[in-house]
Write a protein that binds this ligand. Structure first.
Ligand code: PML
Length: 260
């Protein structure tokens, strides 16, 4: 069967003269059968043209053929849900889960020693650093270094979709897209865990995900109306090379079976 990857991004020019810059409005990606290409393409255009962030000046839809043999099928991470009373409680829960994931990579270190303690202190600041980034931060828990080739852009996980997904929804479904992305990320070489807070001001649910923890939805991780959000990919350079991990995130075609 022939598959096609479709990627859409829409942006708007803001500012005047020297201050002119492009502001991201909307983005989406799919991997679909040949028959679905036209419908998905027009749904993507509709999504770009009806976004609450404004009217785009520029919409790019890229369509590429994908060989079936190059596609990896993954089983979706199991999902659990954590209800919290406040976003502060949600963030604490997320940091606690990340600690657990990082600690399991340092089995010989006590939980309250050296690099682990430093990492805990650093985590809120690392998260803040992701807010202006388009992609995710790739942070090496073994050395404390950031590994994105471009710190402003970060690293983006692309070329993924849900298996057998035939919907051509023109509205973003945060959870459906996030479970696909998180499953791909968790399977990248050397990946320890992911922390995500949406940058949609109207969407306060975030998650922590890893192969061991599964996909843990934390129902409140920021204040409603806050447009700050970001992603941190926690990676362990003792387990894989950064280039291998980045290659997988950015190039490997993945379909995620969400119905298992
Ligand atoms: C995003 O906006 O891209 C992040 C979505 C996080 C989804 C969290 C969830 O609902 O499980």
């Amino acid at each position: 069967m022939d598959y096609y990857s479709l990627k859409m991004r829409a942006s708007q020019q803001i500012g005047e003269g020297d201050q002119k810059r492009e502001q991201h409005i909307s983005g989406a990606e799919r991997i679909v059968s040949r028959e679905a290409v036209e419908a998905v393409c027009s749904a993507m255009a509709r999504r770009a043209l009806t976004h609450s962030k404004g009217d785009p000046d520029f919409i790019n839809i890229k369509i590429e053929k994908v060989c079936e043999k190059d596609i990896q099928i993954l089983k979706a991470l199991p999902v659990t849900r954590v209800d919290v009373d406040s976003w502060q409680q949600g963030l604490d829960k997320a940091f606690e889960l990340i600690d657990k994931a990082v600690f399991s990579c340092h089995p010989r270190e006590g939980e309250n020693t050296g690099s682990l303690k430093d990492f805990r202190k650093k985590l809120p600041e690392l998260l803040r650093e992701t807010f202006p980034m388009r992609g995710a931060m790739l942070y090496d828990i073994a050395t404390g270094e950031r590994l994105e080739p471009n710190h402003e852009r970060g690293v983006r996980a692309t070329y993924m979709d849900a298996l057998r997904s035939s919907d051509v929804d023109s509205q973003k479904n945060h959870f459906n897209e996030a479970i696909v992305l998180a499953t791909k990320v968790a399977n990248a070489p050397g990946m320890v865990a992911e922390l995500c807070i949406s940058d949609d001001p109207e969407y306060v649910t975030g998650y922590v995900a890893s192969k061991e923890l599964g996909y843990v939805r934390i129902m409140k991780m920021k204040e409603m109306g806050d447009e700050n959000g970001g992603r941190i990919f926690l990676f362990d350079s003792r387990k894989a090379k950064a280039e291998e991990c980045i290659e997988y995130l950015q190039k490997k075609k993945v379909l995620v079976d969400t119905q298992l």
